[in-house]
Ligand binder design. Structure first.
Ligand code: AMP
Ligand code: ZN
Length: 160
């Protein structure tokens, strides 16, 4: 069991390194999982989405939910069809929480390399949380009211 896990991790790391720029369906590891070309521990599947266990979990129960339609990241290539992903998240979360007896959960999406994205097929991390699990939230910075007003104006300018 441990050996299989190690083998998959190694194979997988090699695949990710080899395909650093995974920007199409042919070299996308998650598309390969959807097609059954790479194994996964499936939690749930329907016409539009797939939920499976993360191979390197942050905590027990860490699950990835992906749209079957390939897109590099959340804001690309989806014309209002992401609600299927949300439906799946709402379906599987209570089940996973119960199974691993978690106290809470985080929903995370990394978009772009700078944000920590390693696999370039849109995916939602469902990370189960346990009281005193030692995980830290990202650190916050202070901001002044003036800075916030200036920034909001800057964003509004782009909106126009
Ligand atoms: P991200 O940094 O948001 O792109 O996260 C990618 C996630 O995919 C990481 O948490 C990996 O552990 C996970 N992952 C990569 N390959 C696989 C795989 N073959 N099966 C399951 N999870 C994977
Ligand atoms: Zn893909």
């Amino acid at each position: 069991m441990l050996n299989t896990y190690k083998y998959l991790c190694k194979k997988n790391t090699r695949f990710i390194i080899k395909n650093k720029k995974q920007n199409n369906m042919d070299n996308c590891i998650f598309c390969k999982i959807i097609k059954g070309e790479i194994p996964c521990e499936k939690i749930y599947e329907d016409e539009y989405t797939l939920a499976f266990l993360d191979i390197m979990p942050v905590n027990e129960g860490h699950t990835l939910v992906i749209p079957k339609k390939h897109s590099e990241q959340l804001i690309l290539n989806h014309d209002g069809d992401l609600h299927h992903v949300m439906d799946t998240i709402r379906k599987v979360v209570p089940i996973i929480l119960k199974a691993v007896k978690a106290d809470g959960w985080n929903l995370g999406v990394n978009n772009g390399k700078a944000a920590g994205q390693a696999v370039f097929h849109t995916h939602f991390h469902l990370i189960q949380r346990f009281a005193n699990d030692g995980l830290k939230h990202w650190p916050h910075k202070n901001s002044t009211p003036e800075e916030r007003t200036k920034l909001a104006e800057k964003i509004q300018q782009v909106l126009k």
